[in-house]
Design a protein. Structure first.
Length: 322
C-alpha cells in the first residue's frame, strides 16, 4: 500500500464519520441531558479524525523519506560501481606502465651496459698489451678507457636512480672481500688518473664485509671520480681500507682545493645540489653524491667528509664486518 492509497482510506473513514456526525446532529434531540451525550460523541469522532489525519501525514512523510533514501543509496551504489570500474582501468594502465618501465631498465642494464663493459675490457687489454708501443696509440686507448669508465658510472647512477624513484628493491647485501672490490674499482680509474699524471696510493687492510656490492661500488666509484676530477695534475689520490672495531672504513682522500664549511653544508644537502668544475674543466651533473648518500643511508651507513681549504678532501663511509 502506497502513501496515496493509505491517504484515500483514511479520508473515506473520516468522511464517513463526518456524515455520521451530520446525521446524528440532524436526528438528535438537542434539548435536555441527552444533548450532552450527542455532543461528546461528536467531539470524540472529530478528535479521532484529527488523530487519523495526523498519523496519515506522518506515514506519508515516512514513505517519502524512505523513497528519497532509496534513491540516494541507488545513486551512491551507481557512483561506487563507476569509481571501481575507473580504478580498475587505472590499475591496468599502471601495470602497463610498470611493464614498460621494467623493459626500459632491462634495456639499460643489459643491451647498453653489457656492450660498454665488453668494449672497456678490450680497451684495457689493448692498453696492457706490449705490442702497443706508440705513445699516440696509448693516448687514444686511454681516452677510450676514460670515456667508457665515465659512461658506465653515469649509467649505473641513472639505473639506481630509476630504481629508487620507482620504489624497486635495490639492496641485496652479500659477503664481500673488501680489498678485492676496492682494487677493482680503483683499476677502473687508473686511465683517468694517468691522463692527469695522478698516482693512486692504496692502503688497504684485508677483511670481509656485509654490504650490497652495487651500492659499495657505486659509492667508491663516485668518490674516486670526484677525487680525480678535483685534484690537480701530478697529485696523489689515497684510498684507505681500515678495520675500525666491528666496521670497515673506506676513505678516499685527494689533494685538491678542498671545501669550506659552507660548501660542505651545501654539498651534503641532497635537496639543494652542488656543482663544481674540475681542475681540467670537467663538469658534473650533481647526481652522484646525492645517490651515494641516499643508498648508504638505506643500508645503515653514512657518508662523511673532512676538508681543509687548500689541502684537499677526504670522503669516507663504513660498512659492517662479516
Amino acid at each position: 500500500m502506497n502513501a496515496f492509497t493509505l491517504y484515500q482510506v483514511i479520508f473515506l473513514v473520516g468522511d464517513a464519520m463526518h456524515c455520521n456526525n451530520a446525521l446524528c446532529l440532524k436526528h438528535a434531540d438537542l434539548s435536555g441531558p441527552a444533548s450532552l451525550l450527542h455532543v461528546d460523541v461528536l467531539t470524540w469522532n472529530n478528535l479521532l479524525i484529527v488523530i487519523l489525519l495526523g498519523l496519515s501525514g506522518l506515514l506519508i512523510l515516512r514513505l517519502v523519506l524512505n523513497s528519497q533514501r532509496l534513491k540516494q543509496e541507488k545513486h551512491r551504489k551507481h557512483k561506487a560501481e563507476s569509481d571501481l570500474k575507473s580504478c580498475s582501468e587505472k590499475q591496468l594502465d599502471m601495470e602497463a606502465s610498470l611493464d614498460k618501465r621494467d623493459k626500459i631498465i632491462s634495456i639499460l642494464s643489459h643491451d647498453i651496459k653489457a656492450p660498454l663493459g665488453h668494449v672497456k675490457a678490450m680497451a684495457d687489454m689493448l692498453y696492457a698489451s706490449q705490442e702497443l708501443k706508440s705513445d699516440d696509440g696509448k693516448f687514444l686507448i686511454t681516452g677510450i678507457r676514460n670515456g667508457l669508465t665515465n659512461s658506465i658510472t653515469i649509467l649505473d647512477n641513472v639505473l639506481l636512480w630509476i630504481k629508487r624513484e620507482n620504489g624497486m628493491q635495490i639492496l641485496h647485501p652479500e659477503t664481500l672481500h673488501a680489498e678485492n672490490c676496492i682494487k677493482e674499482n680503483v683499476d677502473m680509474y687508473r686511465g683517468m688518473m694517468s691522463r692527469k699524471r695522478q698516482e693512486a696510493v692504496l692502503i688497504i687492510d684485508p677483511g670481509k664485509v656485509i654490504t650490497d656490492p652495487n651500492v659499495f661500488s657505486l659509492a667508491l666509484r663516485n668518490l674516486l671520480s670526484n677525487a680525480v676530477k678535483f685534484s690537480p695534475e701530478t697529485s696523489k689520490i689515497v684510498v684507505w681500507g681500515k678495520i675500525i672495531g666491528t666496521d670497515y672504513q673506506i676513505k678516499v682522500c685527494d689533494q685538491g682545493q678542498g671545501l669550506d664549511e659552507d660548501a660542505i653544508t651545501r654539498l651534503m644537502n641532497k635537496k639543494e645540489g652542488f656543482l663544481k668544475t674540475g681542475t681540467s674543466g670537467e663538469r658534473g651533473n650533481g647526481m652522484g653524491l646525492s645517490l651515494v648518500m641516499d643508498f648508504l643511508e638505506k643500508q645503515g651507513s653514512v657518508l662523511k667528509v673532512e676538508s681543509t681549504p687548500g689541502k684537499g678532501c677526504c670522503f669516507y663511509f663504513e660498512v659492517p664486518l662479516a
